[in-house]
Design a protein around this ligand. Structure first.
Ligand SMILES: Cc1ncc(COP(=O)(O)O)c(C=O)c1O
Length: 505
């Protein structure tokens, strides 16, 4: 007896494939038992109304995969050495996990982070996601990107592609791009570097991951700005580091506070040019204090210089790395803000004596960055488009920033505290008597994208407010969007006077 196998003649899948799958399921779910004899190919063909060649093809595949055995004299039988219900993953069956399976143990590392759902992971691409509306954080003015020009460069590079270019590229990134970046950083960011210190990566996130693997062990203390960059926190957590939140004030990271909390920390992650999220610039005296602490205590400084190119009321502030006399700073840069985030290109500037270690660690996780986009980007910089684009964007963002500050002043007066409006593509707005998380949820329904400030804190003492991105919100849209925000705050306050739990303590 052969189990009933549904064959659908109208289905696009070939008949022998359907038969093969039907038999395989019957074997793995135990309907056909180990050692059980199958009908002859002729017999099964006539029973199912198939051609004999169809049955022979299905049997041949099952024989090749070891589900069936064929012996002269005994015909074709189900393999005797298959365990009961050998099991193939069946996506239709619940979560695909059988109840008698042993515990599905994951690494401690993986369990340190909250799982992220597929819908959440698709945040940039899903049209129904919350990443739309006014004030989206970290979104650049995509429609003002010189797209036709970029496409022209892509096409030119694609035409010039030759078979040699299909091989692995340089492990640390293309020489041409590293030369362009080094020369840009020396002039625009006062960075002290040569192309040989640069490693191309897939963005700041990968840069921080590599730096952490090279510099830190589980249990090592790391100073993090409080409030600070959430995505970096997860990297340190996954590596078992001890995160030490260090207060940020109007001068940036409070170095004395860090020393008081944990002098022996092995590293500090800082955003000195435009602190994330408050936007303050680290003062010169704090910069020297930080460098001195690092030099004396043998700690590393990781400088995340993610959006410092856009400074509106003065020249861009030089980076911390350029002041470092002791080669203690690892500098991280990205093209996500100055060009566009799907490019996934960023870079590390590494002290020369650490370069070989960084390369070894990078090779253990990724052999080389993709070559094609690097070549296009090198062309874009070399031919002057990058500096032109930066100049244009600086003006555009300055306009958006001014519209936003003015609208906030009009709608909120002294009640709102604004910080970080001198640079970058976001500012930080602090408001009293609100729950920023609750308001952010309501705002989604009004086409406002509000990033709660409180998420950026590790400790309990959190300021309430929003990190407002103005990169992708036009100056014309801003006044109406701020009025909506005002109305939302007012109505939440009214409700919270009835239901006090909606107001942050
Ligand atoms: C503080 C900070 N660093 C870095 C980045 C950029 O990350 P990536 O280069 O991985 O896109 C962001 C993006 O929002 C950021 O806010």
């Amino acid at each position: 007896m052969v189990p009933v196998i549904a064959i659908d003649r109208a289905a696009p899948r070939p008949l022998h494939r359907q038969l093969y799958e039907g038999l395989r399921v019957s074997i793995t779910d135990g309907t056909l038992r180990a050692g059980q004899r199958l009908p002859s190919s002729r017999g099964l063909a006539s029973e199912l109304g198939l051609s004999r060649i169809t049955v022979l093809n299905a049997y041949a595949q099952l024989l090749a995969e070891g589900y069936l055995q064929s012996r002269i004299g005994s015909g074709t039988v189900v393999c005797r050495s298959l365990p009961d219900q050998a099991g193939v993953w069946n996506p239709q069956a619940g979560n695909g996990v059988r109840s008698r399976s042993a515990r599905r143990r994951l690494s401690q590392r993986a369990r340190l982070l909250d799982p992220v759902s597929l819908t959440h992971a698709a945040f940039g691409r899903n049209p129904e996601s919350a990443r739309s509306g006014a004030f989206v954080l970290g979104q650049v003015a995509l429609s003002d990107f010189p797209f036709q020009l970029w496409k022209g460069l892509l096409t030119r590079r694609a035409r010039a592609t030759c078979t040699e270019s299909l091989d692995y590229g340089d492990n640390v990134g293309s020489r041409a791009l590293r030369e362009e970046i080094a020369s840009y950083l020396r002039t625009a960011r006062a960075t002290r570097c040569q192309a040989d210190q640069i490693m191309i990566v897939s963005g700041s996130q990968q840069a921080l991951e590599i730096a952490t693997r090279v510099l830190l062990d589980p249990g090592d203390g790391v100073w993090m700005e409080e409030p600070g960059y959430r995505f970096a926190r997860n990297i340190f957590r996954v590596h078992g580091c001890r995160i030490v939140p260090v207060r940020v004030d109007r001068e940036g990271l409070d170095v004395h506070h860090g020393i008081k909390r944990y002098r022996a920390a092995r590293a500090a992650l800082v955003t000195p040019s435009h602190q994330y999220p408050t936007g303050v610039t680290m003062s010169a005296s704090r910069r020297f204090q930080l460098l001195e602490w690092a030099e004396r205590s043998g700690a590393w400084i990781i400088e995340d210089d993610y959006d410092s190119e856009y400074r509106f009321d003065s020249m861009p502030v030089g980076c911390l790395q350029g002041l470092d006399q002791a080669a203690r700073v690892i500098y991280v840069g990205t093209f996500s803000k100055v060009l566009f985030p799907s490019l996934r290109l960023g870079y590390l500037v590494i002290p020369p004596d650490l370069m070989e270690r960084f390369i070894a660690v990078r090779l253990a996780m990724d052999i080389a960055p993709p070559a094609f986009q690097q070549a296009v980007l090198a062309d874009f910089i070399r031919e002057g488009h990058f500096s032109r684009h930066l100049r244009r964007m600086r003006l555009l963002y300055a306009q958006r920033r001014s519209a936003l500050v003015e609208s906030i002043r009009n709608e909120f007066g002294d009640e709102a505290e604004i910080t970080g409006e001198q640079a970058g593509m976001h500012l930080s707005l602090t408001l009293r008597g609100i729950s920023d998380r609750h308001l952010a949820e309501l705002a989604g329904q009004q086409n406002l994208w509000l990033a709660p400030l409180s998420y950026s804190y590790i400790e309990k003492n959190r300021r309430q407010g929003f990190i407002l991105g103005f990169g992708s919100t036009s100056a014309e849209e801003i006044p109406a969007a701020v009025r909506k925000l005002r109305a939302l705050v007012d109505s939440a306050r009214r409700v919270s006077s009835v239901k006090p739990q909606l107001v942050a303590s």
